[in-house]
Design a protein around this ligand. Sequence first.
Ligand code: FAD
Ligand code: FES
Ligand code: MG
Length: 316
Amino acid sequence: MGAGGPIRHDPCSNPQERPSFTMHTILERQQLSPNVTRLVLEAPRIAEIRQPGQFVIVHAARGAERIPLTIADADAKAGTISLVIQAVGKSTNDLVELGPGDAIADIAGPLGRPTELPDHGHAVCVGGGVGTAVILPIAQELHRRGVAVTSIIGGRSREWVILEPELAACGTVITCTDDGSYGRPGFVTQALADVLAPGDVDEVFAVGPVPMMRAVAEMTRPLGVQTTVSLNPVMVDGTGMCGGCRVTIDGATRYACVDGPEFDGHLVDFRELADRLSTYRPFEQAALERRACEIGLRTKPKADADSSTPAAGANA
Ligand code: FAD
Ligand code: FES
Ligand code: MG
C-alpha cells in the first residue's frame, strides 16, 4: 500500500456515477402567521398530476430528515407547488428559513390517496391551525365541482388565522378565534354545531390537531354525517415500507402514507394516534435544542467571537 493510505472509490468523482438530483428552486416565500410560512417552488411533474389530499416527502438537503408536507396548492402551467409549513421543530424551522433562490434537494410525490369528493350537496371543511392548508385544495375542488362549501377555520387570535381569502373564493367562511379578537369567539367545533343544526350538511372534512378531529368525529357520529379526517402520524419513506405511519382504522392496521392519509373519522383510533405521535418527543426536543445551539454559535456577536480568539486579544 502506498504512503497515501487506502484508495477509496468515491462515486461522486465520476460524473457518470453521480446520483442525479433535480433541485427544486424556491420562487416565493410568504409569512402567513407568526409560525406558518408559504413556499412556492418549482416541481413541474408534481404540479401537473397532484390531486387534493396528496402530499410530498421533502428532503431539504443531504443529511436532513425526510418530512411529509401537504401540497397546499399547485399551478400546472407555471410548474409550481405551494407548501404551507408550520415551524414546530428542527426540519420545519430549517425549511422556513429558506427563501427565493434557495433550493430543496429532493421532493418525492405526489403521495397518498387523493380525497374522495362528492359532486353535489353541501360540504363543510373544518381546518384547525396548519390543517387549514390541507383543507384548501379540498375546498377548491369541491367548489369547482359545484358543491356548496362552508369552511370553518380557527386560530388563537387574528394573526394566527391563515388562508381566509383563498377559502372565501370557494364559498362561505366562518372564522373563529380563541380570544375573540377576530370573527366568532370560541372553537371551530362550536361553530360546526351551529352549521350542522339545520340538518342540510352532507359531508364534513376535518383537518387539524388530533383532539379537534376527534371532537368533530364525535359530533357528526350521532347525526350520521360522513366525516373524513386527514391523519398525521410520523412518516419516513412514504411508500408503505417502513411501517412508521401505521394507524388503526376500524380495528385493522393501515399505513397512512399509502392507504390514507384520509380516513373515515368515525373509524379512527385517535387515542393510539395521539400516543404514537408523542413517542419521539425527547429526540425531537434534543434536535431542536442542538439546532438552537448551532444557530447561536453562527450568529454570535462579533465582539464575543473575537474575544474568544486568543490571537485577537493578544495583539489588540
Ligand atoms: P419535530 O420536532 O421533529 O417533530 C414535531 C412533531 O411533528 C412530532 O411530535 C410529530 O408529531 C411530528 N413529526 C415529526 N416528524 C415527523 C415525520 N417524519 N412525519 C410526520 N410527522 C412528524 N405540517 C405542516 O406544517 N404543513 C403541512 O402541510 C403538513 N402536512 C402533513 C401531511 C402529512 C400526510 C403528515 C403525516 C404530516 C404533515 N405535516 C404538515 C406535519 C409535519 O410533517 C411535521 O410537523 C414535521 O415533520 C415536523 O418536523 P420537525 O423536525 O420540524 O419537528
Ligand atoms: Fe413508511 Fe408509511 S411512512 S410505511
Ligand atoms: Mg424532526
